[in-house]
Write a protein that binds this ligand. Structure first.
Ligand code: ADE
Length: 231
């Protein structure tokens, strides 16, 4: 069994549509779709937006279905120089950009308990997803840091802080909390995000206009990845 989580329905709906022999179970308020995806037994869920929703979903998924790994897919705001709408970022590590106990002497972003700023993604998943991204025509993909926090990033101040503090290539609202839960449970994970906006003053408009378009790129990559996993 493998696990796939999207924050919003639009981010995973086409996977649910092609799943075969689907069974739906509700756990902790989340609908889990269990079935056959490209010949692999998979559980797919929409977590809801933000770190707590994503953490609850990941924890419930792990405890109930024991997935071999979890991939978080969807869209993100681009931070890296030259990154544009439709490009894809595959996380080498994830950070919680709104974690800040620096007033009591910690480095910004240090996650209490696990004592890490960057939570590393699984090397095998990074490589496999990057190979698939390179194999899909017309998609430009980079590996990098993905930063998550409970904020939709839409100002220069927020964008520059996250980019400079964490050397992050993209910002979104769930990946690092899913990574945090996977790390605690010793489950492999990775985050794959397609850029819907550039996390600037234009991002609310760009997000609304380009999310559907960007989502298609993360879906194409995950399908190629699953098909190759199954060969
Ligand atoms: N997801 C897509 N775009 C985003 C942004 N600008 N900030 C946070 N999450 C996002």
């Amino acid at each position: 069994m493998i696990g796939i989580i999207g924050a919003m329905q639009v981010e995973v709906e086409s996977l649910k549509e092609i799943m075969k022999s689907v069974k739906i179970e509700k756990v902790s308020g989340v609908d889990f779709y269990i079935g056959d995806l490209c010949g692999i037994q998979a559980v797919v869920a929409v977590s809801g937006v933000g770190k707590v929703n994503a953490a609850v979903c990941a924890e419930a998924m792990i405890l109930k279905y024991a997935p071999e790994y979890i991939i978080n897919i969807g869209v993100a705001g681009g931070l890296a120089e030259g990154i544009k709408v439709g490009d894809v970022v595959i996380a080498e590590s994830v950070v919680e950009h709104d974690m800040d106990t620096s007033p009591i002497g910690d480095p910004v972003g240090l996650i209490s308990g696990i004592n890490l700023i960057n939570i590393p993604c699984s090397a095998g998943l990074i490589d496999g997803l990057f190979k698939s991204a390179s194999a899909v025509d017309g998609i430009s993909a980079v590996k990098g840091v993905i930063a998550s926090g409970d904020q939709f990033i839409s100002s220069d101040k927020q964008r520059i802080f996250i980019k400079d503090t964490f050397k992050a290539s993209a910002a979104e609202m769930e990946g690092a909390s899913i990574g945090h839960v996977c790390y605690l449970n010793n489950v492999d994970f990775c985050v794959l995000r397609a850029i819907s906006d550039c996390a600037d003053g234009e991002s609310p408009m760009s997000f609304a206009e380009f999310t559907q378009f960007a989502v298609k790129n993360s879906i194409k990559i995950i399908l190629d990845f699953l098909e190759n996993t199954n060969k």
